[in-house]
Design a protein around this ligand. Sequence first.
Ligand SMILES: *[C@@H]1O[C@H](CO)[C@@H](O)[C@H](O)[C@H]1NC(C)=O
Ligand SMILES: *[C@@H]1O[C@H](CO)[C@@H](O)[C@H](O)[C@H]1NC(C)=O
Ligand SMILES: *[C@@H]1O[C@H](CO)[C@@H](O)[C@H](O)[C@H]1NC(C)=O
Ligand SMILES: *[C@@H]1O[C@H](CO)[C@@H](O)[C@H](O)[C@H]1NC(C)=O
Ligand SMILES: *[C@@H]1O[C@H](CO)[C@@H](O)[C@H](O)[C@H]1NC(C)=O
Ligand SMILES: *[C@@H]1O[C@H](CO)[C@@H](O)[C@H](O)[C@H]1NC(C)=O
Ligand SMILES: *[C@@H]1O[C@H](CO)[C@@H](O)[C@H](O)[C@H]1NC(C)=O
Ligand SMILES: *[C@@H]1O[C@H](CO)[C@@H](O)[C@H](O)[C@H]1NC(C)=O
Ligand SMILES: *[C@@H]1O[C@H](CO)[C@@H](O)[C@H](O)[C@H]1NC(C)=O
Ligand SMILES: *[C@@H]1O[C@H](CO)[C@@H](O)[C@H](O)[C@H]1NC(C)=O
Ligand SMILES: *[C@@H]1O[C@H](CO)[C@@H](O)[C@H](O)[C@H]1NC(C)=O
Ligand SMILES: *[C@@H]1O[C@H](CO)[C@@H](O)[C@H](O)[C@H]1NC(C)=O
Length: 710
Amino acid sequence: MQPLSHTHMNGFPTHFFGLALVLLVSLASPTSSCTEQEKSSLLQLLAGLSCDHGLTASWRSDTDCCTWEGITCSPSRMVTDVSLASRGLEGSISPFLGNLTGLLRLNLSCNSLSGGLPLELVSSSSIIVLDVSFNRLTGGLHEIPSSTPAQPLQVLNISSNLFTGRFPSTTWELMKNLVVLNASTNSFTGNIPITPCVSAPYFSVLELSFNQFSGNIPHGLSNCSMLKLLSAGYNNLSGTLPDELFSVTSLEHLSLPRNWLEGDLNGISKLINLITLDLGANKLSSNIPDSIGDLKRLEELHLDHNNISGELPSTLSRCTNLITIDLKNNNFSGELTKVNFSSLSNLRKLDLLYNRFNGTIPESLYSCNRLTALRLSCNNFHGQLSERIGSLKSLSFLSLVNSSLTNITRTLQILGSSRNLTTLLIGYNFKHEAMPENDQIDGFENLQLLAIDGCSLSGKIPQWLSKLTNLGVLFLNNNRLSGSIPDWISSLNFLFYLDITNNSLTGEIPSALMDIAMLKSEKTTPNIFELPVYSKSPSFQYLMPSAFPKVLNLGFNNFAGMIPEKIGQLKAVTSLNLSSNRLSGEIPGPICNLTNLQVLDLSCNRLTGKIPAALNNLHFLSRFNISNNDLEGPIPTVGQLSTFPNSSYDGNPKLCGPMRANHCGSTEADKVSTVCTKGIATEVIFAIAFGAFFIVGVLYDQIVLSRYFG
Ligand SMILES: *[C@@H]1O[C@H](CO)[C@@H](O)[C@H](O)[C@H]1NC(C)=O
Ligand SMILES: *[C@@H]1O[C@H](CO)[C@@H](O)[C@H](O)[C@H]1NC(C)=O
Ligand SMILES: *[C@@H]1O[C@H](CO)[C@@H](O)[C@H](O)[C@H]1NC(C)=O
Ligand SMILES: *[C@@H]1O[C@H](CO)[C@@H](O)[C@H](O)[C@H]1NC(C)=O
Ligand SMILES: *[C@@H]1O[C@H](CO)[C@@H](O)[C@H](O)[C@H]1NC(C)=O
Ligand SMILES: *[C@@H]1O[C@H](CO)[C@@H](O)[C@H](O)[C@H]1NC(C)=O
Ligand SMILES: *[C@@H]1O[C@H](CO)[C@@H](O)[C@H](O)[C@H]1NC(C)=O
Ligand SMILES: *[C@@H]1O[C@H](CO)[C@@H](O)[C@H](O)[C@H]1NC(C)=O
Ligand SMILES: *[C@@H]1O[C@H](CO)[C@@H](O)[C@H](O)[C@H]1NC(C)=O
Ligand SMILES: *[C@@H]1O[C@H](CO)[C@@H](O)[C@H](O)[C@H]1NC(C)=O
Ligand SMILES: *[C@@H]1O[C@H](CO)[C@@H](O)[C@H](O)[C@H]1NC(C)=O
Ligand SMILES: *[C@@H]1O[C@H](CO)[C@@H](O)[C@H](O)[C@H]1NC(C)=O
């Protein structure tokens, strides 16, 4: 039976009655179902799937295909929608779908489909919306024969697949109705396509980020008179920002981060509709022009990792919709106080890390009461922290590393009232002051990360830290703290990263340290930083506290006594560094139970006895150092331990092995001298202080640095 078609209705007096009758007839008549041809096209799709997750149960050939799961039909029983997103489908996409002549929308996103995208679908004369994003489709997009009639396709989403090759050129000339092209997260090469702008009058979204497009931003952009979004970040684009780009005044979102683009921003104010401007990690130079104040709609301003210099224009205060200002890693200078921040009442994130701003921190900043993240680290600011910072009630992330701050007691007293603070990085300030004592500090109950490193602070590990019950990550390295590790340390139930390297701590390694809950179990905390925290070595970007490895760094102190047997409880630890202390006794056997260890450094102590053979159980170990102790016996010649270089074992005259002067069984002593005098050690750690342990809520991405400043 043929389905009722609209032509049957033409004779009826009014449209309303016609429609009512169609509904009545189609409900009443058992014969009105989809055609055999449409059914068979859909069954071809099914046949091409190697895994359909139960679709077969619904798609039965003896039933009307309009009733099948994921299928919608028109009143005239033509298939209009195939919606099978997130169905766990595997296999290929059948070209027979192109035979569904009434198909308007095809959504196969978020499956595991492979193979190519059939040309029949891209060139379909009915499909308006085609979404095959988040699959494993391969191959290239093919040129559509130029004889094909103009296509109705409006939305094409092929993002997050494995497509390769250059974009076809003539194809877009035929797509006169295209509005959205989303090809992000593939491996496309060649120039970015601008042709849709010329051929499709309503073309408004071009999303091409995370590909391998290269070359300049092509000519023809001035034809993109409806373009609202241009996104091509994380590609290999080069050349200068063309003037033509600044003529696309319809643009609301311009996002081209992580390319090699040069030039200046002098034309930017013509883009008066801009809401998002992201040109981070390029090679832009010159200044931000005063005319930036004309961008009244601007909400997101990302110009980080460029070479932009000069002052921040005071006109920025006219961009009253700003939510995020990210200018980190540039060459800005001058006094920030020239900008009146009090008009930026929507501001949530301000990141000025690594610039040369000077003067004081502007008071007007403290009226931005929606501010959640503030990073001013590594500029040339001077002066004291204002008490008014306490009025930033939403502040959750604060990083003021290396900002010439003095009086740590006062600073912590001011900040203690910021109840929402979760991340506080204030290292490399307060040079040679004393760590405040217990009764002086209050608050910080929500703090998850605290970094007071590199301050040369004297005093003890303060007891007020025991009240920070949410603390997960604690940096106190590179100070002059003395005394022992307090027993209350085990009451910090969320602590999983403790770095107290390079202090003057004494006593034994307390067994309380072995009772820290998070170091014993694989559990993590699910929180997220407001801004990414970076460390140089390993060169990582941490978006959330739990992404930090579980670390216990006690090196370069004066700890003495034996390594406790209970160390075997710290099963979750990935990095254990006890080097350069005065530890004696044997390497405890239970250390071999720490099977998550990637780094184990016991060097420069006074350890004796044999190397436990079971250390070979530590399969993830990639850095291992037991040099400069007084160990004896053979160096393992098999397993994980045999893969480490001689230097991991040097300075143990009684160790023997085939690669050493001291062959096992002979009596000749190893001649390597000891290099663990405190003087040298301190020098070493000072080199490292600004390198390996400079974790400061700072963008210190090695790759980025060498790329832009190296
Ligand atoms: C359906 O599509 C396939 C593949 O595109 C084609 O070979 C076939 O001729 C079409 N069948 C009909 C009936 O149109
Ligand atoms: C396709 O379906 C997914 C999941 O329902 C949805 O998120 C997506 O927006 C749809 N695509 C289009 C173009 O509507
Ligand atoms: C694909 O892109 C379209 C248009 O940009 C969008 O509407 C759709 O939601 C996207 N699909 C998914 C699964 O995100
Ligand atoms: C492009 O598609 C991705 C899904 O792969 C989606 O997350 C994104 O929002 C889309 N972009 C635009 C601009 O529609
Ligand atoms: C594209 O813009 C150029 C000028 O920038 C103009 O000469 C040309 O006619 C435009 N093409 C179309 C198809 O509008
Ligand atoms: C990036 O582009 C440059 C020229 O602009 C080229 O030499 C280089 O091979 C490209 N790199 C990749 C990964 O495509
Ligand atoms: C940065 O720009 C200045 C001029 O403002 C220039 O002298 C310098 O060479 C540039 N640096 C880099 C790394 O491009
Ligand atoms: C920063 O700008 C100054 C001039 O203002 C220039 O001498 C210096 O080279 C620039 N720094 C970098 C890293 O480009
Ligand atoms: C800030 O630096 C500028 C030069 O960039 C200098 O003229 C000015 O005096 C400095 N201001 C202060 C307070 O140091
Ligand atoms: C403080 O943080 C809590 C939890 O994240 C949030 O609900 C609350 O709104 C924040 N307070 C302010 C003043 O932003
Ligand atoms: C530091 O600030 C406190 C007030 O919090 C004050 O009592 C103390 O005298 C200050 N110390 C110095 C050295 O200025
Ligand atoms: C490792 O732990 C198990 C129990 O978790 C224990 O029985 C065993 O003795 C430990 N091994 C060493 C070498 O301590």
